[in-house]
Design a protein around this ligand. Structure first.
Ligand code: DON
Length: 307
């Protein structure tokens, strides 16, 4: 742990000095206000020890990282029936692309592209009021991270709700094919609000523990998901978690990971650690530029790879 702590501090110092930080997302106006100089990293190991550096306690918009947790909840609700509504193949297209939906009869390629995550949100909604579904998502995150302070940033949710025309197009398109069961605006409302959850690197690293440690909540030993399901969620993170950058992330880092346009990445080292990095500048695929570089350095120095 002493060695690991030194490595984490070194990486944070190296990242702080870099000038090639990528571009902060601007299509959600509220995210354009985030400081591109921020960098945070936190890691929880099998003993529950936390190593952290930089802005590791500063909440940021988790955006698409939330899709890992909504997928977990939807699988808990309807099990493998979910795969009749959402595929599990990498899309090779941008996260907000509409092009495949027509060829594939409104069934999104995977649960992490926007269309797939809107279908997942619709599954969690299942006839309830949006606030009930959102309460469930928030409580789940608070439980898996052992932290009741996690909240929805309503300014970010509003910002996306008033500008999210592409997501509205995706949702309407799926509705036309009968993939969404609830009214489009309700499914979108749940989706925009769960993307707007704010968490720090430390909180997200804690939240990812069940994926690193065979589906169990390490503090209580409670089963969050079966070990098989944890493996499968990790498999989807590896193959689809970075959209059309998933192949490159697997090649460079070799770990399951899920990115968000807020600049966060949750990465899982099965049996060893749950890691979260945050740097708001993005690469052209919408994934954190320095976040993936930091994970690449860490995985190399620790010889962490699933391969
Ligand atoms: O729907 C959107 O565009 C955002 N709420 C989430 C997209 C996202 O995080 C893509 N990830 N890198």
């Amino acid at each position: 742990m002493v060695e690991l702590d030194g490595i984490i501090q070194d990486i944070a110092a190296e990242m702080a000095a870099r000038t090639d930080r990528g571009q902060v997302a601007t299509y959600i106006p509220e995210l354009a206000r985030v400081d591109p100089a921020a960098f945070g990293i936190a890691l929880v190991d099998a003993e529950g020890q936390v190593c952290a550096a930089g802005d590791s306690d500063k909440p940021f918009s988790i955006q698409s990282i939330s899709k890992v947790f909504t997928l977990t909840l939807a699988l808990g609700k309807i099990g493998d029936g979910l795969w009749r509504r959402v595929g599990r193949e990498p899309s090779g297209n941008a996260f907000n692309s509409i092009v495949q939906l027509e060829y594939e009869k409104g069934i999104p390629r995977n649960p992490f592209i926007n269309a797939g995550a809107i279908a997942v949100a619709d599954t969690i909604l299942s006839g309830h009021k949006p606030n009930v579904a959102l309460g469930e998502i928030l409580r789940f995150l608070q439980f898996v991270s052992d932290d009741e302070t996690i909240y929805i940033d309503h300014a970010v949710a509003r910002s996306e709700q008033t500008t999210g025309f592409r997501n509205a197009a995706l949702a309407n398109y799926m509705k036309a094919f009968g993939i969404l069961e609830n009214p489009v605006e309700l499914a979108l409302g749940v989706y925009f609000h769960h993307c707007a959850i704010a968490m720090s690197c430390r909180q997200l690293a804690m939240a990812g523990r069940y994926l690193a440690f065979s589906g169990r909540h390490p503090t209580t030993g409670a089963r969050v998901v079966s070990a098989d399901r944890a493996k499968r969620i990790n498999a989807l993170m590896l193959t689809c978690g970075h959209y059309d950058g998933s192949g490159d992330f697997a090649f460079r880092v070799g770990l399951p990971g899920k990115s968000g346009v807020g600049g966060g990445i949750l990465a899982i080292v099965p049996g060893k650690a749950s890691i979260c990095v945050w740097s708001p500048g993005l690469d052209p695929q919408g994934n954190s530029r320095l976040g993936s570089i930091a994970l690449e350095l860490l995985a190399k120095r620790m010889r962490w790879s699933i391969f």
